[in-house]
Write a protein that binds this ligand. Structure first.
Ligand code: HEC
Ligand code: HEC
Ligand code: HEC
Ligand code: HEC
Ligand code: HEC
Ligand code: HEC
Length: 449
């Protein structure tokens, strides 16, 4: 029997254990790093996903899986901010779209829906009116790209929890706060899968270690029964693994110390980064007011309650008087509604708990983004119309603001203020999109007093 092999057994076990412990740490780190990347990529701009997707499209060939993958990227980059497959977001749920409409209708609709509406197409006019005359933007996509989006949509129909709601970030928000309804289903599912995989891996490794130890002991027993071993072999055979020596070894201490320091450093950096981050914050409100009921089912316009959102810096939380426009008649016996009456009798405002709150040194203006920029509320606040209780959907970090400003083209249409600036921009850097940042939207003083 080769004595070398015997000697290396404890080393082998140790190496195996260290490798595994290391691998697990790294994979946990990876997962967080990925989450961070996604957090930064909050910008849902039409431009965001379009570039890699277009590159992927030609590669799609005829293969279905490739077309679906390309469609997935295109959908997330262009459509997911307003559409989910199995759920209504800003626009209708797209499940069953191929049964409702032929592809020959879908292609021109997605390329330019307002042209279809203007042409008087009956279905187009109906759905446009049904969605409060909200215009779906035009898309410079090829027929093939549109077909791949449709293929992706069809592949996702009825998939539980795979509502690709409001973009890749929805899953992330949900994963962090664990509250968002169906939105995070896909992401959470993937997380669970990784967990199960890790558990299986741990079990397999434990079984492996135990088996190796048993084999090792068996081999020793067999060898002990033999008489023809020389002194050196016997010495090795009787050798016990010296834990004390391992403990005293400077190399081992160095490794353990370094790993420990790295873990501490990593955790420290993570918790410092999270200071002031309140993504997912969902306090209980004094009255069980539901956006899902009011803004979703009853389709009350956001600005009916948040009256100044298109006109001023602040969006405004409605006073009890606005509730009374309806609740002087509706559900007057409900205990929740009686809380509104009590507030009015006492002449005290309802004590809503504030959810979104930037620090005082940062300046954010709603009208600049909604009225001038033409952004949808959902781009920043997520699928509010599906929320029973509102939570903070976006990170609201500086990186979140800046990322969008770098990528989002300015809404210069019908805005004379921009005419000269656009001309100037186009003569200086022809071809480059005129983004918020090219207009100075990333200068410190724009956001900091
Ligand atoms: C800014 C929001 C927005 C974006 C982005 C958007 N849509 Fe829409 N979409 C709508 C709205 C709103 C409607 C309802 C019709 C209307 O009001 O014009 C709609 C309607 C549709 C319909 C008809 C649905 C039906 O049930 O008949 C299809 C199909 C569609 N969109 C596909 C897409 C695709 C594909 C993309 C991405 C390339 C996309 N949309 C991007 C808002 C959007
Ligand atoms: C019927 C009135 C009403 C309508 C319609 C309404 N809201 Fe609200 N909204 C409220 C009230 C009241 C609160 C404060 C209580 C709460 O957070 O649920 C609120 C809170 C919010 C908040 C969180 C504010 C904070 O504290 O940071 C956001 C964001 C919001 N609404 C967005 C919207 C959007 C987007 C729409 C349209 C899709 C909308 N709301 C429609 C009444 C309304
Ligand atoms: C434009 C009309 C309208 C306004 C404004 C309005 N609501 Fe409502 N509200 C409704 C309707 C419709 C219902 C559903 C009634 C039903 O289920 O029969 C409802 C239901 C409710 C309920 C659930 C009551 C229950 O017991 O089922 C609460 C709570 C509520 N509203 C609170 C508010 C508050 C707080 C405000 C002001 C911020 C407000 N509403 C403003 C129309 C309105
Ligand atoms: C570009 C991103 C963005 C868009 C688009 C946006 N919001 Fe906001 N919203 C914010 C931020 C950031 C805050 C926190 C502001 C603060 O603390 O000063 C906020 C806060 C709010 C609040 C709390 C009250 C306040 O003004 O601080 C309400 C209500 C609200 N938004 C409603 C809306 C509605 C309704 C729309 C659509 C008409 C909308 N928002 C569109 C980013 C956005
Ligand atoms: C989803 C994209 C998006 C996000 C997120 C966003 N912005 Fe903006 N922002 C815009 C757009 C688009 C404009 C340009 C509007 C216009 O003038 O046409 C703009 C303009 C501005 C301006 C005016 C810039 C100028 O050149 O005059 C300020 C200030 C600003 N944003 C602050 C913020 C802050 C602070 C945040 C984060 C809390 C934020 N924005 C998050 C899209 C975004
Ligand atoms: C588009 C808007 C915007 C621009 C441009 C911007 N900031 Fe900020 N900044 C913010 C917001 C919003 C916060 C608050 C973030 C938070 O609470 O986590 C912030 C936070 C900060 C902080 C506090 C540290 C932190 O992360 O909380 C510092 C320091 C800062 N900004 C410096 C700068 C400097 C320097 C520049 C110019 C290079 C700049 N900012 C440009 C929006 C902006």
């Amino acid at each position: 029997m080769n004595s070398n092999r015997l000697r290396s057994l404890p080393h082998l076990l140790l190496a195996l254990f260290l490798t595994f412990a290391g691998a697990q740490r790294v994979s946990a780190q990876d997962a967080t790093a990925n989450a961070d990347v996604k957090k930064e990529g909050v910008t849902p701009g039409a431009t965001a996903g379009a570039t890699p997707a277009t590159a992927a499209a030609p590669a799609a060939g005829g293969a279905d899986a490739a077309a679906i993958a390309a469609g997935d990227a295109l959908f997330k980059g262009n459509c997911a901010q307003c559409h989910a497959v199995n759920e209504q977001v800003v626009g209708p749920a797209l499940a069953g779209i191929t049964k409702r409409r032929p592809i020959s209708w879908l292609i021109p609709w997605i390329k330019n829906s307002s042209k279809m509406v203007a042409s008087g197409d009956e279905y187009a006019v109906n759905i446009y009116n049904k969605f409060n005359k909200q215009q779906m933007p035009s898309f410079a996509l090829s027929d093939k790209e549109i077909t791949s989006i449709i293929a992706y949509v069809t592949s996702q129909e009825g998939a539980p929890g795979v509502a690709a709601n409001a973009g890749p970030t929805a899953g992330n928000a949900a994963a962090t706060d664990g509250k968002a309804d169906a939105a995070g289903g896909a992401e959470a599912g993937a997380g669970k899968y990784v967990d199960i995989l890790l558990i299986v891996l741990v079990v397999v490794l434990i079984v492996l270690v135990v088996t190796l130890v048993i084999i090792g002991n068996l081999m020793k027993d067999v060898l002990r029964g033999r008489k023809d071993l020389d002194g050196r072999d016997v010495e090795i055979l009787e050798q016990r693994f010296d834990w004390g020596k391992l403990y005293r070894s400077p190399v081992m201490r160095g490794i353990v110390g370094t790993v420990f320091a790295l873990v501490l450093l990593y955790e420290g950096v993570q918790s410092v980064m999270a200071v002031g981050l309140t993504q997912g914050y969902q306090p209980t409100q004094p009255i069980a007011f539901s956006h899902k009921l009011h803004a979703g089912e009853h389709q009350i316009n956001c600005a009916y309650c948040h009256t100044s959102v298109y006109k001023s810096k602040s969006a405004n939380i409605p006073s009890a008087n606005i509730c009374m426009n309806c609740h002087s008649q509706i559900k007057t016996e409900s205990p929740e509604i009686k809380k509104i009456y009590r507030a009015i009798e006492r002449k005290q405002p309802i004590q809503w708990v504030r959810i979104h709150n930037l620090p005082d040194f940062a300046y954010f203006n709603h009208s600049q983004h909604t009225q001038v920029g033409g952004l949808q509320c959902q781009t920043c606040h997520g699928p509010i119309q599906n929320m029973e209780v509102v939570y903070q959907y976006s990170a609201l970090t500086m990186g979140w603001c800046i990322n969008c400003h770098r990528e989002m083209p300015l809404n210069t249409k019908d805005n004379k203020y921009y005419d000269n600036l656009v001309k100037l921009h186009n003569t200086k850097n022809a071809g480059a999109p005129f983004t918020v940042s090219s207009n100075g939207g990333t200068e410190c003083s724009k956001c900091h007093y």
